[in-house]
Design a protein around this ligand. Structure first.
Ligand code: 13P
Ligand code: SF4
Length: 309
């Protein structure tokens, strides 16, 4: 069954001269058929660099939108239009406008997990791998509004020593991981290195040895002498870690940390997406130009920190 579908996807991909990009949290079969797998920003950069004119983005909407903001001449397809990121939708452009009105001198930093409209209202964008550097680059006397993830925001505040004005957004999947999950995994595997995503809650992060984005997790494990790792992030991450490090052991910290939206992408939907050229992600030009400014500022600060592999 899958072989037939995969053949169909390959044929349609060639006909459409398309490229398939998949986030590290995607189902295994999607990561297997993808041309590139990676973190949210790495994939957008791939989308910008590829010669392909059609991009099937296997991830959630804000990721496909970011690709469309950076590559407006390409056709960006999201195989399921309902694959959104609940955290990105926890702040609207109107709510951000209101907040800015209350703090007119503040600089706004938005996590890439945000809508195009929120990016358009922001001064800087950041990812979990470069949020600390982005905030560090802002003049010390400036007040900073950080949206929408309170947990990434607290991590950045701690690392930079800055007092950030945080929006109370959060990731449902990451906050399902508890400190007891880490404690019981650690009791079973005391030698394991605990790696957590900065979107985890503070009690979980307090128990972690390393706080890393998904791209940084792959890099860290590849260079670590350790043989066992407890992974506190969305469970899909275990697959690329294991694939690249077959001799190491990876223990998911809690099986509940599943992003239901990431799992909405299926092989059937990818085939249909290529066949019907749906769903096209288009960002209105006025919003796109403003949102791109925030993304460009991030890239300008950190060209070497952003993985272009
Ligand atoms: P990364 O950019 O670290 O891949 O994270 C994206 C995300 O959605 C985490 O929940
Ligand atoms: Fe959004 Fe969390 Fe899913 Fe990442 S894992 S896409 S932050 S809901």
């Amino acid at each position: 069954m899958n072989e037939k579908l995969i053949e169909k996807i390959e044929r349609l991909k060639a006909e459409r001269k398309a490229v398939i990009l998949a986030h590290n949290y995607q189902p295994v079969e999607i990561q297997e058929i993808a041309d590139f797998c990676g973190d949210s920003l790495g994939l957008s950069i791939k989308a910008e660099q590829t010669d392909a004119q059609v991009i099937v983005f296997c991830g959630v909407k804000f990721m496909a939108e970011t690709a469309a903001i950076l590559s407006p001449k390409k056709t960006v397809l999201l195989p399921d239009k309902f694959a959104g990121c609940p955290m990105a939708d926890m702040i609207t452009a109107e709510q951000l406008t209101e907040l800015k009105q209350k703090h007119p001198d503040a600089v706004v930093v938005c996590y890439v997990n945000s809508t195009a409209e929120v990016k358009a209202q922001s001064d800087y964008c950041c990812t979990s791998s470069n949020a600390v550097e982005v905030v560090d680059s802002i003049a010390k006397d400036k007040q900073i509004i950080f949206v929408p993830d309170q947990h990434l925001g607290r991590f950045v505040a701690e690392r930079t020593g800055r007092n950030l004005l945080l929006w109370p957004g959060y990731c449902i999947a990451h906050t399902l991981i508890t400190k007891d999950d880490i404690k019981s995994a650690k009791a079973k595997y005391p030698d394991a290195v605990v790696i957590a995503h900065p979107e985890c809650s503070e009690p979980v992060k307090d128990l972690a040895d390393e706080l890393l984005s998904t791209g940084q997790m792959l890099e860290f494990v590849a260079n670590s002498p350790a043989k066992r790792f407890i992974i506190a992030t969305e469970t899909g991450m275990i697959y690329p870690l294991k694939k690249r490090n077959p001799k190491a052991e990876f223990i998911p910290a809690g099986s509940r940390a599943v992003c239901q939206n990431m799992k909405k992408i299926t092989l059937e939907k990818v085939a249909w997406s290529l066949e019907d050229m749906q769903y096209k992600i288009v960002v209105p030009e006025e919003i796109r130009i403003k949102a791109k400014r925030a993304l460009d500022r991030m890239v300008e600060i950190l060209p070497s920190k952003i993985s272009k592999d």
